[in-house]
Design a protein around this ligand. Structure first.
Ligand SMILES: Cc1cc2nc3c(=O)[nH]c(=O)nc-3n(C[C@H](O)[C@H](O)[C@H](O)COP(=O)(O)OP(=O)(O)OC[C@H]3O[C@@H](n4cnc5c(N)ncnc54)[C@H](O)[C@@H]3O)c2cc1C
Ligand code: HEM
Length: 417
């Protein structure tokens, strides 16, 4: 980081608040989850309308609480510590997620009110007027930066945050595997498709049978046709007594050709940069949905660019979009595919057995990596590639849930599919 950017970061927070934040960051961090665990019920009790905007699955598992708490603490820490990891990509990821859901500036007052009240409830007398003022300042600095970034993204996408979704008609439904379907969608208003950068996702809003409205994000898994976009949805089954996934089950069980779905404009920055170097796409399970659009795009625009795809799945029958990726990849000049199955078919001498292991896969020096799959899988990929000398800046990842990784909420570890 340059000296100028250190000064710019430091100057955001008043000196008196910076001192308080330095002194209290650890105690806030230690209680962060307790704070957000109080924050959400408070806010939903006061504003039940917001239940329709927040993913109730992530509320049940606590992941959204952890992501919110982690991001606020990471934001505060980077304001007062010039050696803290860069924060821009975390801010951009949150802003994209907010924009896909239609979050509006005036809602920051509601969230701020309940979040700061929850801090006071949890920390009690430790929250002196100075401490309250300092964290209020942190919250509003963060909010202001998010609101500005979100305004830019809304304008770029020509979306009015008051109506973030457009109706799309399901024009095709494809059974990819036993647990995975693709839905091909066409704007029902007859207008053109928005601009989609391969690797981006959309938020899909569904009205569930119990009357609840719920959004979920799905990667645009194909943009081959100019007038249609495709999403590919894996059915989430509840494990260990947990319920089945609400929205994925609804899409699998109840959505048919002719139905309408409310779909947001594309969002997300898990996208190719302008470059010509080789690309490694490392995916597991449903992460394959990010691979197909990128391979399609490269076949269309840069067929000379070397592409390696590496995919891990439970069995060949669970490996969705496999044939489609291989067919599109025939248009690439330099393409290599590797697969790992926990249980390969008898006699399959192409696939490797077990979890993905990239330690002996030939990699070009300047490879750019895109990885998507469960967190343990991505940690394993990252650890292997870092050990092989791939710079961290060349490894991009997409988390199919609240990002518990970038704000250092989970520790790197080895192993995993
Ligand atoms: C950027 C992004 C892109 C994505 N792209 C794709 C994609 O292309 N394809 C795809 O299939 N998915 C994708 N996802 C994931 C998708 O958005 C959903 O998270 C997924 O479909 C599960 O949603 P659901 O409503 O079925 O499950 P939910 O109902 O949200 O449940 C999620 C999990 O929480 C557990 N749970 C729910 N309630 C409880 C409870 N009370 N107690 C304990 N556990 C509970 C469930 O058992 C389940 O394991 C993406 C996510 C993101 C963020
Ligand atoms: C400074 C204020 C805020 C911060 C720091 C913040 C932080 C976050 C973070 C870290 C995520 C998870 C992003 C990811 O997917 O990785 C998120 C998602 C989300 N935020 Fe915010 N947010 C703020 C304000 C708001 C406001 C004002 C609203 C409007 C009510 C809001 C609604 C949501 C929703 C609905 C999600 C998706 C939740 C989910 O998928 O579980 N946020 N936010």
């Amino acid at each position: 980081m340059t000296e100028a950017s250190v000064r710019a970061r430091q100057s955001l927070l008043s000196e008196s608040s910076a001192e308080v934040v330095r002194a209290t960051a650890d105690v806030v961090a230690a209680h962060a989850e307790e704070i957000t665990a109080r924050f959400y019920p408070r806010m939903f009790a006061a504003r039940p309308d917001l239940l329709r905007v927040f993913n109730q699955g992530n509320q049940a598992t606590g992941e959204q609480s952890r992501a919110l708490a982690g991001s606020v603490v990471a934001y505060a820490v980077q304001l007062v510590n010039p050696d803290a990891p860069p924060f821009d990509h975390i801010l951009r990821r949150i802003a994209y997620k907010h924009v896909s859901l239609g979050i509006r500036p005036e809602q920051y007052t509601i969230v701020g009110h309940h979040l700061l009240a929850a801090v006071a409830e949890v920390l009690g007398e430790a929250v002196t007027p100075e401490v309250a003022a300092a964290w209020d300042e942190v919250y509003w600095l963060f909010a202001t930066q998010l609101v500005a970034e979100e305004a830019r993204l809304y304008q770029q996408a020509e979306v009015d945050p008051a109506c973030p979704a457009r109706p799309y008609r399901v024009v095709r439904r494809i059974d990819e595997t036993q647990d995975v379907i693709s839905l091909v969608l066409e704007p029902a208003d007859g207008g053109p498709l928005p601009r989609i950068t391969p690797g981006q996702y959309v938020s899909v809003f569904v009205d569930l049978p119990d009357g609840a409205r719920q959004p979920r994000q799905y990667t645009v898994s194909s943009t081959r046709q100019d007038t249609r976009l495709q999403i590919t949805v894996r059915r989430v089954r509840g494990a260990g007594g947990a319920p089945d996934g609400q929205v994925s089950s609804f899409l699998h069980d109840s959505v048919t050709v002719g139905d309408l779905l409310d779909v947001s404009a594309p969002a997300g920055d898990f996208v190719l940069q302008d470059a010509t170097g080789p690309v490694l796409l490392a995916s597991a399970g449903a992460g394959i949905t990010t691979v197909l659009p990128i391979v399609e795009h490269l076949a269309r625009t840069q067929p000379q660019r070397p592409v390696i795809v590496a995919h891990a799945d439970r069995t060949p029958r669970d490996h969705a979009l496999r044939e489609t990726v291989l067919t599109v990849a025939r248009e690439l000049d330099h393409f290599t595919a590797y697969t790992w199955y926990e249980q390969p078919d008898v006699g399959d001498d192409q696939a490797r057995i077990g979890y993905m292991d990239l330690s002996d896969v030939p990699l070009p020096d300047d490879v750019q990596v895109f990885t998507c799959g469960p967190l343990p899988f991505m940690r394993h990929v990252r650890t292997t590639l870092l050990a092989r000398g791939v710079p961290a800046a060349r490894i991009r990842y997409e988390v199919f849930g609240p990002d518990l990784w970038s704000a250092r909420l989970t520790e790197p570890e080895s192993g995993g599919r």
